[in-house]
Design a protein around this ligand. Sequence first.
Ligand code: ATP
Length: 371
Amino acid sequence: WEPWNDPQEKPHVQLVGVSKRFGEFTAVDNISLDIYKGEFFSLLGPSGCGKTTLLRMLAGFEQPSQGQILLEGSDMSGVPPYRRPVNMMFQSYALFPHMSVERNIAFGLKQDKIPNLEIAQRVEEVIELVELGAFAKRKPHQLSGGQRQRVALARALVKKPKMLLLDEPLGALDKKLRAQTQFELMNIQERLGITFVIVTHDQEEAMTVSTRIAVMDHGRIVQVATPTEIYEYPNSRYVAGFIGDVNIVEGRVAEVGDGHLTIASEDSGCSIRARHALDAPVGAAVWIALRPEKLVISMEAPADTRSNCMAGEVWDIGYLGNLSIYHVKLDSGAMITTAKTNRTRDTEQPITWEDRVYLTWTPDAGIVLGQ
Ligand code: ATP
């Protein structure tokens, strides 16, 4: 299921050259983006990069200074929030403290003058969907953070929007509850088939829930792709560093072969063979991104230590239970992070502080990035 690769498929939302300026300051800078029906789409980026502003423009709370937003093909310029087929769930949840869960959920429908019988049915359906049956009569202060989050979600879903916008929906939850709620959200989204657009600054969250992620930086989108593509083929050092852990070593292209590059790298103390994903001529300065888990750490020197092999000393070890993180100080002085799973029956001698080690990797594991 990849509607973004299907030329027959029409986008659910289209942003065409959208910018938003607040006085002199450009919060959103010329963004063009298509989101498809049924996607769980994430806007990911550091604080202040314009994610919320973009979401508020989709909702209609802000008007673009420039550009167009099309929802199912119609131009949304000047269309107020309540006339758009979208609903927004706020980070603060904005629940009414004096109203019960049921009444909080029913509130929007009452305002829309929906008949009482239908309201009762819809509220019941959605309460069941978010598993709040036992809490229907409680007030928000009698609920846990996770339950309040579900009330807010129910309240947004009961209006049957075609698209739901969620601003840091899990921001107030602790790590464990957050992980669990991510799966619940995905389940609900899949069952209803509504397009979800979520704002988050948590890369793990974006990786877990999304069909696609747009990584933002200073009001711009730097890459839009599936979680796997973003992780395996980041298009810049910024994206590589933002998603997951990464080691960056510097080098210069020494040879361009058929499908691969050879890079001379003083940083790593070896010559690096990598997949040729970049149009970099001989002599070009590049970065090579190496994911910690793609490096194999060993105390035994490989047959060829000159190519894709960094030698150094174990500087630090972080024990995480299922795996250990090793910080290795290379002979060049550079620090490299690698991870190794802790198996119960590991016959190898354990690697410890100050051991001399070799880090090796396959040519496919190195991502070459332009400087
Ligand atoms: P966070 O994750 O911290 O919420 P964000 O990526 O959602 O950040 P936005 O809230 O979209 O960022 O804000 C982007 C920039 O625009 C910020 O520098 C912010 O100060 C500025 N900004 C947002 N709203 C306004 C406003 N109404 N007037 C002036 N500046 C604003």
